[in-house]
Write a protein that binds this ligand. Structure first.
Ligand code: UN1
Length: 492
């Protein structure tokens, strides 16, 4: 297979003349060859998006919505095909890959419906014979930079609201998942999205993304990825006065109180910690457990973790797929070694795993005796490693949770409604779950985090429109005379 860049409605070899490969992490075989874009392609893509903005912005939003509905329909038809390619491109198990595609289908229809809403508002004004309203304008040309862990779902949170609001865009997906990214773009082409509205650049390394970030023609940037990259983007974007949304690291916790349902907690924890091989922004990597239930919970988690089947995600019997690449394998193992040195005890896992002698597999790992403040407790590992931290009370659990430099998702298990509501009030993260693990956000609610996780923006839901629209307040004075706001029409 070969994939190319999509600029101004044409599939093109990159101007760099170079190619790179995408590897299936389950068997290390080359899945596809990719034509690599370079900086000149960034200029061409921004030019195409800029030219097309003039007419796309004026296309009535309900008609833009109809194209998005069509995208949703095609995604639905091709769900299985896309899911299989997604699994081969990045490794997640097939059931999760279907979920990844489903999230895009949900978003296509949700934002398609926004074509007949995109609500602004009117409000009373203080002068007679005057009218006031606030409407949403598109922001302009948008640059979208996304990671490999949700190669369809996460881009969808950005692409669909950007398009429905009348923006044009350039998408630079992760070089780890170019095959599924290009295949996704083909769906928009098939749905009849006009040429130049949606442009795709595929490239390894940071040059193309950097050129996109600093390009004067790009007004808005939406980024999901590492904290280091996100901060660098924000600095550059700040200098250029761009609007930028960042969605970065997490160190999500599941809090378990003594009265929790043990079986439910075990199911939910395994899913949140080891689903997607721990490579979710929302993955649970800390288990903050009240001391009374800790021995039983450890026992049940240990027994169930040992039973997890690792392997190629296309095999429906497999629970845990590979991690994305060799570098990830090494990084995860380094963290495990640091954890041991800092005195935590590995109950299971703690090494790379052997699966047919191929692929990048790491054994799901449980660490006991993890101290608040230690490396395992603080840093995002982005792999199948769960750290167990024991606490005495709900208050202590919340304190440990909120001390994290990140603040994306926290869940709590308790059957006591008073404690559940206390937790809802006092947990400071963008997502809070009661009696469910840390993952599983639905697209109609805002997604994002506080502290080091983000920079105050939210994706998805109605909140997801904010980045891609500019409020325009319009006043119409039909009195035929000068009426000064705050001054005229007053008694004093
Ligand atoms: C991510 O964690 O990287 O909430 C995105 C979930 C998915 C999306 C997760 N709907 O787990």
């Amino acid at each position: 297979m070969e994939f190319q860049n999509y600029i101004g409605g044409k599939w093109l070899k990159g101007r760099s003349g170079q190619t790179f490969d995408t590897i299936n992490p389950a068997n290390e075989e080359v899945l596809a060859q990719i034509q690599s874009a370079d900086i000149a392609d960034v200029d061409a893509a921004v030019q195409a998006a800029t030219d097309m903005f003039k007419s796309w912005r004026l296309t009535p939003a309900p008609l833009r919505g109809e194209i998005l509905f069509k995208v949703g329909d095609i995604l639905k038809q091709k769900k299985e095909e896309l899911a299989r390619l997604l699994t081969q491109d990045m490794g997640k198990v097939i059931a999760e890959a279907r979920g990844d595609v489903q999230e895009a289908i949900d978003m296509a229809y949700y934002m398609g419906g926004e074509g007949r809403r995109l609500l602004g508002y009117t409000a009373p004004v203080e002068m007679p014979n005057k009218f006031g309203m606030a409407v949403r304008d598109p922001s302009g040309v948008v640059g979208i930079i996304t990671p490999w862990n949700f190669p369809i779902a996460v881009p969808s949170w950005k692409i669909f609201p950007a398009l429905i609001a009348g923006n044009t865009l350039i998408w630079k997906p992760s070089p780890e998942t170019p095959a599924i990214s290009a295949t996704f773009v083909k769906v928009f082409e098939e749905a009849g999205l006009p040429a130049g509205v949606f442009n795709l650049l595929l490239a390894p390394g940071a040059d193309v993304a950097k050129a996109l970030v600093s390009h004067p023609g790009v007004r808005v940037l939406s980024f999901t990825g590492s904290t280091t990259t996100g901060r660098a983007i924000a600095e550059e974007a700040g200098k250029l006065n761009k609007k930028v949304s960042l969605e970065m690291g997490g160190k999500n916790a599941i809090i378990v109180l003594d009265d929790a349902n043990l079986e439910l907690v075990t199911d939910a924890t395994l899913w949140a910690a080891f689903g997607t091989t721990g490579q979710r922004c929302t993955a649970a990597s800390r288990l903050i457990v009240q001391k009374g239930i800790a021995p039983k919970l450890k026992e049940s988690l240990l027994a169930r973790t040992k039973k997890l089947t690792l392997g190629d995600g296309l095999d429906p019997k497999v629970d845990v797929g590979p991690v994305i690449n060799k570098t990830a394998l090494t990084r995860i193992h380094n963290y495990v070694e640091i954890g041991k040195k800092e005195g935590a005890r590995a109950l299971v896992g703690a090494s790379a795993a052997e699966v047919n002698g191929k692929g990048f597999f790491y054994a799901p790992t449980l660490f006991d005796g993890v101290r608040p403040g230690s490396t395992l407790e603080r840093e995002e590992i982005f792999g199948p490693v769960l750290s167990i931290i024991e606490v005495d009370s709900l208050e202590e659990a919340i304190e440990v949770n909120n001390r994290s430099q990140y603040g994306l998702s926290t869940s709590i298990f308790t059957q006591d409604v008073n404690r559940a509501f206390t937790a809802m009030r006092d947990i400071f993260t963008g997502l809070v779950y009661i009696n469910h693990g840390t993952t599983g956000a639905e697209i109609q609610f805002p997604f994002g985090g506080v502290r080091g996780t983000g920079n105050g923006h939210r994706e998805a839901g109605q909140a997801g429109l904010e980045l891609f629209t500019e409020w325009k307040s319009i006043y119409v004075d039909y009195s035929g005379k000068l009426q000064r706001a705050q001054i005229d029409n007053r008694e004093e």
